[in-house]
Design a protein around this ligand. Structure first.
Ligand code: NI
Length: 163
């Protein structure tokens, strides 16, 4: 298990566009494993590569067993399904101690590659759809704080999940 340093708001790497992954090699697999380790250690439900300082189009998510457990998303393409939206609290490992309400699509379609560069597709809704949109934004240098409706709130670390 290896933990990587999580970049926090203000770090310019979080504002950069990530590059597509051409092939998965040993280093990529190590990165993915470290991202899971870092995410679980910080009680997060998702983490994107730029959050650990790597400008590649990769994020990992685990929104719990009911939502299918762990997903590796390489070169993801996210498309909304329908018009329905959800306005819920969101947080981020790169913005510790804060949360705020963000409008997201209720349902999305994900097309991505896994850690073996096998393509897969997935329809997601609710928290999983929210987490995927949040992480996908990181790959374009977008932090949820740009999208918060109303005030950013102070929250207790111990009781909240982070993306
Ligand atoms: Ni985040």
């Amino acid at each position: 298990m290896a933990l990587r340093m999580i970049r926090v708001l203000g770090d310019p790497i979080l504002e950069k566009e990530c590059k597509p992954v051409k092939a998965v090699n040993g280093r990529t697999k190590e990165l993915i494993q470290d991202m899971f380790d870092t995410m679980y250690d910080a009680n997060g439900v998702g983490i994107a590569a730029p959050q650990v300082g790597v400008l590649k189009r990769i994020f990992v998510i685990d929104a719990g067993e009911e939502d299918g457990g762990a997903y590796v998303c390489i070169n993801p393409e996210v498309t909304p399904i329908g018009e329905e939206t959800q306005l819920e609290d969101e947080a981020c490992l790169s913005v510790p101690g804060k949360a705020g309400k963000v409008q997201r699509h209720m349902r999305i379609h994900l097309r991505a590659f896994d850690e073996n560069m096998q393509e897969y597709e997935l329809d997601a809704e609710g928290i999983l759809a929210r987490a995927i949109e949040h992480e996908n934004d990181h790959l374009s240098g977008i932090i949820y704080t740009e999208k918060v409706e109303g005030e950013l709130q102070d929250v207790d670390y111990e009781e909240e999940d982070y993306d």
